[in-house]
Design a protein around this ligand. Structure first.
Ligand SMILES: [Zn+2]
Length: 427
């Protein structure tokens, strides 16, 4: 028999261990529902990386626990990969709770935006807040996301909309990325989120500033690895979005697109054509957009929490996309206005009930596929060689997490083999 492998962490007796393993790339079509599950499973890790996954007896026989190791008896609870949240706007000054009631009493998101609310209100707040306070608030939010099981989070700038303020936002993300108690962070520059008030009369001047000043400075300082653009008829056109994404690509930044949220405008097709990481939102994606994504490696990141929070019914056609073979993922869209929610479990529950997903599909979309949407194919799965980022649930299956509405089903959260959160008195 081969020599035993050293392990400094062992989690055993998991009722179900959802590995999300097998093959490469995102899961598509029927494979989304047929995820890999090990019953009475165990996971062994060393130096932050998984070394073995299998049944508890099988893993025990093949490892040598080093002195000082941590052994966790899951007592039948489920173990899942840590959630990967591939679309957030987590660096902001304060939530726009005052708009919530207005919206629900009939005012549209667009009309609130046109009267100076929405993103532009968040921009005014953001510009006046200093970096240290933004760091403090973002840290609190990321700590909260982590307690709901998120071990990797994408964070966009986009409330600065000037060179100095976009760099300020991305420095906050870099600070978060350097703190070991935070989730892993992926930074995206969304300077093309909106036209700032001072450029209302000359949108071309702002677009030139994005392409000629902001993106080059971001790339030079290594503050983001991706560029995003809000491609909607009332924000940036397809042609304007293409120029921003192409400029990003010249500078070495991968692309992603806010696409077809309110109207089918060709954003999904643009994302596929340019080989972007993802096309996000897609509540109004066209049949041509679905076909374009299905034929590409671009992941469709669906944000059902936003539609839910806005009180709308225009959920992305997830089932149609899955049947067409599109690689689909889930994210919170965590932001100060349209979806003030950092909880991936709630997003899974909304996705299951409103987009008719099976809990296995929702889990795959929130872990392995979400990691693919961020260009991190080794995250979001539990197999040897992968990062030891995982979550112990309070219940024995993902079905219970998706069905138990509004309560916290997370028991413990590990990132890189280190426990960052544990509910008191358990495990
Ligand atoms: Zn967004």
């Amino acid at each position: 028999m081969a020599a035993r492998q050293n392990a400094d962490l062992l989690v055993e007796n998991a009722g179900r261990l959802y590995t999300m393993s097998g093959g490469t790339g995102p899961l598509r079509g029927a494979a989304l529902r047929e995820v890999q599950i090990v019953e009475n499973g165990a996971l062994a890790a060393a130096n932050g990386e998984i070394v073995l996954v299998g049944t508890s007896d099988w893993v025990r026989e093949r490892i040598r626990l080093v002195p000082g190791c941590e052994v966790v008896d899951a007592e039948g609870a489920a173990v899942i990969p840590g959630f990967v949240d591939p679309h957030t706007h987590a660096v902001f000054a304060q939530p726009r709770a005052f708009e919530f009631g207005r919206r629900l009493c009939g005012e549209s998101y667009v009309s609130i935006a046109q009267s100076g609310g929405g993103i532009r209100a968040s921009v005014r707040d953001f510009r006046t807040m200093d970096e240290a306070e933004l760091v403090r608030r973002t840290r609190q939010r990321l700590t909260s996301a982590l307690r709901y099981g998120t071990t990797t989070i994408e964070i966009k700038s986009g409330y600065g909309l000037s060179l100095a303020d976009e760099l300020k936002a991305l420095r906050v993300v870099r600070q978060m990325a350097q703190e070991s108690d935070m989730p892993r962070c992926v930074a995206t520059c969304l300077a093309a989120h909106e036209i700032p008030d001072e450029a209302r009369n000359d949108r071309q001047a702002y677009l030139r500033a994005v392409c000629d000043e902001i993106l080059p400075a971001v790339a030079r300082e290594g503050l983001a690895e991706r560029v995003d653009v809000f491609c909607e008829p009332h924000v940036f056109s397809v042609d304007e979005s293409r120029s921003v994404l192409q400029r990003g690509r010249e500078l070495g930044l991968r692309g992603c697109v806010h696409a077809d949220e309110l109207e089918p405008s060709g954003g999904a097709e643009l994302a596929a054509q340019l080989g972007a990481d993802s096309a996000d939102h897609l509540g109004r994606i066209s049949p041509a957009g679905i076909a374009a994504l299905a034929a590409s490696d671009t992941v469709a990141v669906l944000l059902p929490g936003t539609i839910f929070s806005l009180g709308l019914d225009s959920f992305a056609p997830a089932r149609t996309m899955i049947e067409a073979g599109v690689a689909v993922a889930l994210a919170t869209d965590f932001n100060p206005g349209s979806c003030h929610c950092e909880s991936m479990p709630l997003i899974l529950a909304i996705a299951c009930t409103r987009m008719r997903l099976h809990p296995h599909e929702a889990l795959a979309m929130a872990t392995r596929n979400a990691a693919c949407a961020l260009g991190r194919p080794r995250l979001g799965r539990l197999e040897s060689g992968a990062a030891a980022d995982f979550v112990l649930l309070r219940s024995s299956s993902i079905d219970e997490l998706c069905q138990h509405l509004g309560l916290d089903e997370i028991d413990a959260v590990y990132k890189g083999g280190r426990r960052l959160f544990r509910r008191r008195g358990t495990h």
